[in-house]
Design a protein around this ligand. Structure first.
Ligand SMILES: C[S@@+](CC[C@H](N)C(=O)[O-])C[C@H]1O[C@@H](n2cnc3c(N)ncnc32)[C@H](O)[C@@H]1O
Length: 353
C-alpha cells in the first residue's frame, strides 16, 4: 500500500520577451536565487498563486499551457498533460490527472541542479505538476490501498478517534499550554495542512495520526469558542490535503471541517488564523512565511541553521522562516508522539500586531 501522493511534472518552455535572459549556468542561477532570498524580495504572493490557480480552474486540456512568472519576472509555460498514461508494473498504469501547483522550497530550487540542468525554469518556485494515480489497466479501477467505507462508518470511526484523542494526556497537555497562551480576539479560523487521510485500514499508524490531527483542529475550535463565550460559532475550520478521499469528506463534513482544494488553504491563511501542519510533503513553512503572520502556528519545530540536512526535508526551515519564528513568535512545547512528530507551538508576540 502506498501513502504517497503521486505528482507528474511534464515539459515546460521559456517564454521570455525580447530583452529577457535565461541564466547561463546552474552556478549563476543558484547565486541569483541566494541573493534574492537574502534580500527582501517576495518569493510568493497570494496574487501570483491566484493567477496560476485561475488558469488551473479553467480546466485546461492536454496540449494547453499554464503560464508561471519566475522570480526574475520572466514567463515560463508549462504543458498540460492531463490524460497521459504510462504502463506501470505488469497490469497497472500511471494516469496523469489535473494540474496543480508544485511549490519549491529555496533549498529545492538549488537542489534541482543535482538531477537536471533545466535552466529555463531555474527561477520558478511554483511549477505546474499534475496529480497522478495508478489504476488497473483492464478494469480502470484505482490500485490504491485506501479504504472506502459507508458514510456512517467513516463518521463513527472519526468520532471514536476524537474521543480517544480528547481523553489522551497528550490532548490535555496541549490544551493546558494553549489555554495559558495569548490568542488575539480577532482569530476567526483554523487551517490544517497535510493532516493526511483517515481512509486507511484500522491499525495502520498513519490512520490514527491523521484522525488525531483532525481531532486537534476540533479541539482548537472548542477552545476558541469557550474562551469567547459559548454562543460564538463563527470559528471556521478548513483542511487542505489533496489526498482526501470521499470517506474523509464524509467524516470531516460531519464535524464542519471544510475541505479546501490546494492551494486555497494558502489563500485563506492570514494573520487571524491558527495553522496546523505536521510533516507535510510540501514546504508549508516557507510558503506561509511569505504570505502571512498567523496568530498561532503548530508545526514541526524550527531549528537554528544546520548545514546540509535541510535539503533532504520536504518542509525545510530557511533563513526567512527562522527570522519570522525567532524574532516574532514565542515557542511553547508540543509533546512529541507517533501521531505528531517533533512539533512545537509558536505564538505570535503581541509586538508584531
Ligand atoms: C508524510 S505525510 C504526513 C501526514 C500526516 N500529517 C502525518 O503526520 O502522518 C505528508 C502529507 O502531506 C500531504 N500533502 C502533499 N501535498 C500537499 C498539499 N499541496 N497541500 C496539503 N497537503 C499536502 C500528503 O498528501 C500527505 O498527507
Amino acid at each position: 500500500m502506498s501513502l504517497d501522493l503521486h505528482l507528474w511534472c511534464g515539459f515546460s518552455h521559456w517564454a521570455g520577451k525580447p530583452g529577457d535572459e535565461m541564466p547561463t549556468s546552474a552556478a549563476e542561477a543558484i547565486s541569483k536565487i541566494k541573493e534574492w532570498h537574502a534580500s527582501s524580495k517576495p518569493f510568493l504572493t497570494k496574487e501570483a498563486i491566484r493567477d496560476i490557480n485561475r488558469q488551473i480552474n479553467q480546466n485546461p486540456k492536454k496540449g494547453d499551457k499554464i503560464s508561471v512568472v519566475g522570480l526574475d519576472g520572466v514567463r515560463v509555460d508549462f504543458d498540460v498533460e492531463t490524460g497521459k498514461t504510462f504502463p506501470q508494473q505488469r497490469d497497472k498504469e500511471y494516469v496523469v490527472g489535473r494540474p496543480c501547483i508544485q511549490f519549491y522550497a529555496v533549498q529545492h530550487l538549488e537542489d534541482e541542479f543535482k538531477w537536471n540542468d533545466d535552466l529555463h525554469r531555474a527561477y520558478c518556485n511554483m511549477r505546474i505538476s499534475h496529480l497522478a494515480s495508478i489504476r488497473y489497466m483492464r478494469s480502470k479501477e484505482p490500485a490504491s490501498g485506501y479504504k472506502s467505507e459507508p458514510k456512517e462508518s467513516a463518521i463513527q470511526r472519526f468520532e471514536k478517534n476524537i474521543k480517544a484523542w480528547e481523553e489522551s494526556d497528550h490532548c490535555r497537555q496541549v490544551m493546558a499550554t494553549l489555554a495559558a497562551a495569548y490568542i488575539p480576539q480577532d482569530v476567526d479560523k483554523i487551517v490544517g495542512f497535510a493532516c493526511g487521510t483517515m481512509a486507511l485500514a484500522a491499525g495502520v499508524p498513519e490512520q490514527r495520526a491523521s484522525a488525531f490531527q483532525h481531532a486537534l483542529l476540533l479541539t482548537l475550535r472548542s477552545l476558541l469558542e469557550k474562551t469567547r463565550g459559548s454562543s460564538d460559532k463563527d470559528i471556521a475550520c478548513y483542511a487542505q490535503d489533496p489526498i482526501y478521499t470521499s470517506s474523509d469528506s464524509d467524516a470531516l463534513e460531519a464535524y464542519q471541517i471544510k475541505i479546501v482544494d490546494d492551494p486555497d488553504g494558502f489563500l485563506i491563511v492570514d494573520d487571524s488564523s491558527i495553522l496546523l501542519s505536521c510533516s507535510p510533503n510540501i514546504p508549508v513553512k516557507q510558503i506561509v512565511t511569505e504570505l502571512a503572520r498567523p496568530a498561532i502556528l503548530i508545526w514541526n519545530k524550527v531549528y537554528p541553521e544546520v548545514e546540509g540536512d535541510d535539503f533532504a526535508r520536504t518542509d525545510p526551515d530557511s533563513s526567512r522562516v527562522r527570522e519570522m519564528i525567532f524574532n516574532h513568535y514565542d515557542e511553547l512545547p508540543f509533546p512529541s508522539s507517533d501521531d505528531f512528530f517533533n512539533m512545537a507551538i509558536y505564538v505570535r508576540r503581541a509586538s508584531l500586531v
